[in-house]
Design a protein around this ligand. Structure first.
Ligand code: ADP
Ligand code: MG
Length: 298
């Protein structure tokens, strides 16, 4: 478990990025931090592995104040995934994935074997092992980023908008595969996104931030949709769209979701998800289809 108690981050120029945050992030689950740009999501995430230190307040991991752990030791237990993978451009895919095991002076052969295993795990053809990041698609690079974060088998993963840079179809695939992977691995995941649909699809719990680094609401997706804590959250959920989603959550049981899935088939299920993503701006009825896929996965 990760806990924030009274955590504030004020940058040297006076910007308050995170304001008096109290948050308990459960072990073995996906907790999503969501909110508009500049609301302090990245700052919150980076305080967990001490890339940024709080101005005031305390953060603990499994009961231990992280100020008592030196950053390299702390980070060994915390994988970090960023947008576009953050890969080393001049290293091959396999060497990118094995970065941390190399740093830990693990046996090279073993580290490479593990990297290949991880490639398969995240749905990458091992034939790509000797390529360089620029020779991969955006979605493939993102998978490499996830594999690299998993290489040291850390109990905690911090993920900062990992799927935001890819197109909607690939994003849906990555989300679905990520949920399957997490189902097996049960990591403690803190996942940042600005996309409420992604938050609802992936999150066991969702923390909604508003600008100024204020936590507006922390709840399960169902609670969030049923009872937005204030107007900001209601607006962020998107009014009508949120209400439709809620209706869906309440009415559709797993059986109906499974039925819908088999009726549309695996391929068009992806299409449905995409349509939901594409149409989320206009908020048409097909958003329910995307929701069905999401609930089916969860
Ligand atoms: N190094 C920094 N110095 C000053 N202000 C910063 C710095 N990093 C981020 N900020 C500001 O802190 C606020 C929160 O930023 P950030 O945590 O990156 O938000 P988000 O990830 O939600 O977009 C923003 O107003 C941003 O401009
Ligand atoms: Mg950010």
């Amino acid at each position: 478990m990760i806990t924030f108690t009274g955590v504030t981050k004020r940058y040297p120029d006076g910007t308050v990025a995170v304001h008096d945050l109290d948050l308990e992030i459960p072990a073995g689950r996906i907790t999503v931090l969501v909110g508009p740009s500049g609301c302090g999501k990245t700052t919150t995430l980076r305080m967990v592995n001490r890339m940024i230190d709080p101005t005031t307040g305390t953060i603990t991991v499994d009961g231990r104040d992280i100020r008592q752990v030196d950053p390299p030791t702390l980070r060994r237990g915390i994988g970090y995934v960023i947008q576009q993978g953050g890969l080393f451009p001049h290293r091959t895919i396999i060497d990118n994935i094995a970065t941390v095991p190399y740093l830990l002076h693990q046996d090279k052969k073993q580290a490479r074997a593990r990297a290949l295993e991880l490639m398969e795990r995240v749905g990458l053809d091992t034939g790509l092992a000797k390529r360089y990041p620029a020779q991969l698609s955006g979605g493939q690079q993102q998978r490499v980023g996830v594999a690299r974060a998993l290489a040291a088998d850390p109990p905690i993963m911090l993920m900062d908008e990992p799927f935001s840079a890819v197109d909607p179809i690939v994003r849906t695939q990555l989300q679905d595969e990520f949920l399957r992977l997490q189902n097996d691995l049960e990591k403690t995941i803190v996942f940042v996104t600005h996309d409420i649909d992604e938050a609802v699809k992936l999150g066991h719990r969702i923390a909604v931030f508003q600008v100024g680094g204020v936590l507006a609401q922390y709840a399960t997706p169902e609670e969030l949709l049923a009872e937005p804590a204030n107007d900001f959250v209601r607006d962020f959920l998107g009014g009508e769209r949120g209400i439709r989603r809620l209706r869906f959550v309440q009415q559709l049981d797993a059986e109906a979701a499974a039925e819908a899935e088999s009726a549309t088939g695996a391929e068009s299920a992806t299409g449905t998800g995409t349509a939901a993503g594409a149409e989320s701006a206009t908020g048409t009825g097909s958003a329910q289809g995307g929701g069905a896929a999401a609930a089916g996965e969860r």
